[in-house]
Design a protein around this ligand. Structure first.
Ligand code: EZ4
Ligand code: CO
Length: 402
């Protein structure tokens, strides 16, 4: 079998998505997600100019060799842009493999270890009352695990809380807009939020929280310690994670489980974190972490150290990634949880999905391969629109992590 052609499809049904489509001489094609929020065209160009010409003529069955061609073989390696491109190639090749063999992806990865995938949703309140109402609605929808984010008094706009009750979407049209941040106000308020949610909804639901990289290690240690009585499922990205050793400071002081790495893109971002058991969940998703081939190895490495998976699954990861992640989640023994932010209705005009949500869990059907298709005619109705993630400054103007 040979790869005959490949193309990059960029479409914006409500938000931008980049999809790689690889064609073969057997009439079968595969799809891979190549979306990197706010940097869509950088990945598209890398694929079009540098990867696709190399792929043509290669045997798509050789997922392992082709992964190493684009990682080990290429001199300038790692980084979000190139790893997202590798992810898209890898995902599309596994999709082809499944279609050729006539079996769903999960069978190729080791078969089902479970029938359904525990997912968590986002409950974002502008203030505490709004949050309590929204969490109630998520519980009515059947969610068993909920990420809790709240507006902070004295901070004009807090990460995760959408303006004007719109669906949450972190990228804004055009160039990055600036947000502002005050860690001391945040640290003072968040424990009260969790106290209230536990008081109203009890101890049966799993609660999660995303700090979104905004604490120093010692601030994060204080937060993790103060949240201990509320038994979080996890505290996410409590620090930026560039300094792996920084997590030791948090770990020494608290038993609140830690999840990290939605912006990571290689196993080498995790070595100290995993081998020293400084974290409990790896967040790096298939689409940014080198695809199925690499994440199978990262998950196996993590499992040796009793670290579980908890893949990033925001709306800026396409339905192709979502479906591939669900196959993966069904298989690995050390699956922990999967993030699930439903896409806007309009996304279904372009992507035909094979998964659905019932009563707290997601399931995928038995369509061969990844099981998601793209309607290219429909995709043309939604041309690319430039959008950027925000940047963040402390209240005195200092540039900070977003
Ligand atoms: O900010 O996906 O846990 N989820 C998150 C997301 C990220 C966006 C960035 O594109 O942190 O909301
Ligand atoms: Co996050």
């Amino acid at each position: 079998m040979k790869i005959t052609d490949a193309k990059v499809i960029i479409t914006c049904p409500g938000r931008n998505f980049v999809t790689l489509k690889i064609y073969t001489d057997q009439g079968i094609y595969g799809l891979g997600d190549a979306t990197l929020n706010g940097m869509e065209l950088a990945v598209a160009t890398y694929l079009q100019e540098y990867c696709i010409p190399i792929l043509i003529g290669k045997d798509p069955s050789n997922t392992e060799d082709l992964w190493h061609y684009f990682y080990r073989g290429v001199y300038w390696k790692r980084g979000s842009v190139s790893m997202t491109a590798i992810s898209a190639i890898d995902m599309a090749l596994w999709d082809i493999k499944g279609k050729v063999l006539g079996t769903p992806l999960y069978n190729l990865l080791g078969g089902k270890s479970r029938d359904k995938v525990l997912v968590y949703c986002h409950s974002n309140g502008t203030d505490l009352n709004d949050l309590i109402e929204k969490t109630g609605k998520d519980l009515e929808r059947g969610f068993k695990a909920i990420r809790i984010q709240s507006g902070i008094p004295g901070i004009s706009h807090t990460y995760g809380v959408p303006k004007d009750n719109k669906p949450y979407e972190p990228a804004g049209k055009g160039l990055p807009h600036e947000e502002s941040w005050d860690t001391s106000k945040y640290l003072k308020y968040i424990p009260k939020v969790f106290e209230k949610v536990r008081e109203v909804y009890g101890t049966d639901i799993h609660l999660l929280h995303d700090v979104h990289h905004r604490c120093t290690p010692v601030e994060a240690a204080r937060l993790a310690k103060e949240l201990e009585p509320f038994h979080l499922f996890w505290l996410e990205d409590p620090v930026s994670g560039e300094l792996q050793e920084g997590l030791r400071i948090i770990r020494k002081q608290s038993s609140t489980p830690i999840a990290i790495g939605e912006v990571f893109n290689s196993v080498y971002d995790y070595t100290t974190l995993v081998t020293e058991q400084l974290i409990d969940y790896i967040r790096m998703p298939l689409v940014h972490g080198g695809g199925i081939t690499h994440l199978l190895k990262v998950a196996a490495f993590a499992s040796i150290y009793h670290v579980n998976t908890g893949f990033h699954g925001a709306t800026d990861l396409s339905p192709v990634n979502m479906a591939a992640a669900l196959h993966f989640d069904l298989v690995v023994n050390n699956f922990g949880i999967q993030e699930y932010m439903p896409h806007q209705e309009i996304v279904n005009e372009v992507f035909k999905v094979n998964y659905n949500f019932t009563n707290g869990y997601m399931v995928v059907d038995d369509t061969p391969g990844i099981g998601v298709d793209i309607d290219e005619k429909a995709s043309e109705k939604f041309p690319y629109e430039k959008a950027s993630l925000p940047v963040n400054r402390k209240t005195d103007g200092t540039m900070f992590y977003w």
